[in-house]
Write a protein that binds this ligand. Structure first.
Ligand code: SF4
Length: 705
């Protein structure tokens, strides 16, 4: 690949035809080439055939990503709410209002009364700077981000089992070489369509795919073995597979002895998961259970890959542990073309969780409660370690405390009024805030409750780095000129910090200068970026962390020789199936679960504004099985009211035999009265604080033809 010179922040490249950059949406971070439309319209987008992750393929979201750059609904002036209405304001006035209110709240209620909510869509530089802004400029412990709702269970289990958390510890291209893959709770064909090229290659080479999911999704339809498990029983399924592996002597005793600790305890627990018990819990028949275990164990190379379906539960961490236990017991983690991985969702879901937006973390996956980590980061930031706050509230708890302990919330790049569970409660809390500031390019369901709106640059108008689902740090480049009015997030944080008395610590002129400080802050940390530079990314197809030195090539594959615990071994964790926060009962007899459409991204704030995407999927549809539909006299197109203990939502029905007869499904990309998350609850995983998005107890409360 040819080297491309770095582009200074806020300027267009001299030759804007064929600039290499990346799709703004999901964690696959497809390489794209953007070029000028010679008619003077939007930049053209094509897939980058030389980027080794997507090989030129894009999904419909990527193809249409430029649409938002000159969208008529884009906000181009700061706005203040007055008597319930927005009015335009100057940047000076809007930033003064924010700073004055934040200072007043701090004086009256203490530093922790100002909260910050970040995003897995922010670049590494912004995520890093937002964490520093919260701890240094605001002095608050209360910063968290929407990645808590996405990757926190997988991250917690991976950190505990392997000593480090990187979604895929191997390149995505390795998928093509695995003999057997077990994909759990991921509808990759819709959420990451270009990844299917690697599954197709795997299949063409004679490989086998096993999919576990309550819905027969487009991904599951391509499986050699499909396990349609009961929602919330993934952990029992994994333990059942381990039972079979132990009983049939399919485990790898040498690997277990040489590379792991703690198997005996796990063995004892797994042996309580006889296939008959597992069938009762999961609905998966014993022959299928044995078939899956045998395929995985007998393959020379095998992978277990998880998605949000198995992780977004109040037992999400334990469920991921169960899958890791199985992969370790079979000796597959770190073996060639094998391993355990999680498929990260948001665009910078990986980098966003590494650089200090989480309530308990400092940059590089360092921990805010560990003194040595505090001292190191404080030194880079030029502050006393004692001035750094301690661990703050997790995302849902932060939102839930709005209007009481937390009086102001500064939201950057997140639409919490769609993407959070128990939405009626969250909206009530947002309304109770004294100050809600939203930084975004468009108004959304969250800014409907805001007092200040700060318009920002979009993805193609700023420089920065993202870290994809493989831990590959890549460059996002300036390709389009922003309209007059919006500003970059880095500049906004600097202006606010200056008003809060510490502008010199945020006086970065370029994204690269922020990245260079991030490199110093992460030196020696688990997610070590110190050896990665913008120049190095230019001459490679990205660089995978950890990369601890300038002359280090990066680490595309991990765990080949050792894990990241001090003894170099992976840890087994015994985990038991338990009930969900809310199980179906006589009153609310059905499972409700949520997911995505291929046309929309997360809260839909961006994709619902793209005409082609919105016309393809204009409303959320409720999937239900024909048997259930007959019982309630529902036909496709009927209006069905679904009720949980928290709310009622009316959906358009889609009758399909692809879903279990005891389960309803709806996508969560819409807000207002269409919000699926009005139905979901606030049960949290005790370790990761992940809400239980994938399971609520509901009933059908009404049907209209
Ligand atoms: Fe690729 Fe994801 Fe963008 Fe689709 S949304 S083009 S899969 S990065």
């Amino acid at each position: 690949m040819s080297a491309i010179p770095p582009i200074p922040l806020g300027t267009l490249p001299p030759q804007a035809l064929g600039v290499r950059t990346h799709c703004p949406y999901c964690a696959f971070q497809c390489g794209i080439l953007m070029g000028e439309d010679l008619g003077g319209g939007l930049p053209r987008i094509t897939g980058d055939p030389n980027f080794p992750v997507n090989n030129g393929q894009l999904c419909i979201k990527g193809w249409t990503a430029a649409t938002l750059l000159d969208h008529p609904r884009r906000v181009t002036s700061p706005q203040l709410r007055e008597r319930g209405e927005w009015r335009d304001a100057s940047w000076e006035e809007a930033l003064d209002v924010v700073a004055d209110k934040v200072l007043a709240i701090r004086t009256k209620h203490g530093a922790n009364a100002n909260g910050v909510f970040g995003s897995g869509a922010l670049t590494n530089e912004k995520a890093y700077l937002l964490g520093k802004f919260a701890r240094v400029a605001l002095g608050t412990a209360n910063i968290d981000y929407n990645g808590r709702f996405c990757m926190s269970s997988a991250a917690a289990a991976s950190n505990r089992a392997f000593g480090i958390d990187r979604g895929l510890p191997f390149p995505v291209a390795d998928i093509a070489h695995a003999e057997v893959i077990l994909l759990v709770g991921s509808n990759s064909a819709d959420t990451l369509p270009p990844i299917m090229q690697w599954f197709d290659k795997q299949k063409a080479s004679g490989g086998r795919l096993i999919v576990a999911d309550p819905r027969r999704t487009p991904t599951a339809r391509g499986a050699d073995l499909y396990l349609q498990l009961t929602p919330g029983t993934d952990l029992a399924l994994a333990n059942g597979l381990l039972y079979v592996a132990i009983e049939e002597k399919l485990t790898d005793p040498r690997y277990i002895a040489d590379r792991t600790t703690g198997f005996d305890n796990v063995r004892g627990v797994a042996l309580q998961y006889h296939p008959a018990r597992v069938e009762r819990l999961t609905g998966i028949a014993e022959p299928h259970l044995r078939q899956a275990a045998r395929w995985l164990a007998s393959a020379r190379s095998a992978m277990i890959l998880t998605g949000r379906g198995t992780e977004q539960h109040s037992k999400g961490v334990d469920s991921v542990h169960a899958w890791i236990n199985l992969a370790l017991a079979l000796g597959k983690v770190g073996a060639p073309h094998s391993g355990f991985g999680t498929l990260t969702g948001q665009g910078n879901g990986q980098g966003g969780r590494e650089h200090g937006q989480k309530a308990d973390q400092l940059p590089g996956y360092q921990l805010i409660e560990v003194d040595a980590h505090r001292e190191k980061v404080a030194k880079v930031w030029g502050v006393e370690p004692a001035t750094l706050p301690r661990k703050g509230k997790s995302a849902y708890e932060l939102l839930d405390s709005c209007g009481s302990e937390v009086r102001s919330l500064f939201v950057m790049g997140s639409n919490v009024a769609v993407a959070s569970p128990h939405l009626s409660r969250v909206e009530q809390r947002l309304k109770a805030l004294e100050l809600l500031v939203v930084c975004d390019a468009f108004h959304n369901e969250t800014s409907a409750h805001a007092h200040v709106f700060l318009p920002t640059f979009q993805w193609a108008e700023e420089d920065g780095t993202m870290t994809n689902l493989e831990g590959r740090v890549i460059r996002r480049r300036v390709v389009a000129r922003p309209p007059l009015g919006p500003r970059g997030d880095i500049g906004i944080l600097h202006e606010l910090a200056a008003r809060l008395g510490c502008g010199e610590k945020f006086a970065f002129r370029t994204s690269e200068s922020v990245f260079n400080e991030l490199r110093r802050a992460t030196a020696g940390a688990p997610a070590d970026y110190s050896g990665i530079s913008y120049a190095k990314i230019e001459t490679n197809d990205g660089v995978c962390w950890p990369c601890p030195a300038e002359d280090h090539p990066g680490t595309p594959r991990m765990f080949g020789d050792r894990f990241h615990h001090a003894d170099g071994r992976a840890k087994f964790f015994p985990v038991e199936h338990r009930a969900a926060g809310e199980e179906p009962d006589a009153e609310f007899p059905l499972f409700f679960t949520t997911g995505r459409y291929k046309e929309h991204y997360n809260s839909g704030a961006q994709t619902r504004a793209v005409g082609k995407l919105q016309s393809a999927q204009p409303v959320p549809r409720l999937e239900l099985h024909p048997r259930l539909a007959r019982r309630h006299r529902v036909a496709s197109g009927s209006r069905v009211v679904v009720e949980s203990r928290r709310a009622k939502v009316e959906f358009v029905a889609e009758v399909t035999a692809d879903i279990r007869p005891d389960t309803l499904f709806a996508p969560f990309h819409w807000g207002g009265r269409d919000a699926a998350n009005l139905l979901t609850g606030g049960a949290l995983d005790p370790t990761s604080r992940m809400p239980e998005f994938k399971l609520a107890a509901v009933r059908i409360a009404g049907v209209r033809a």
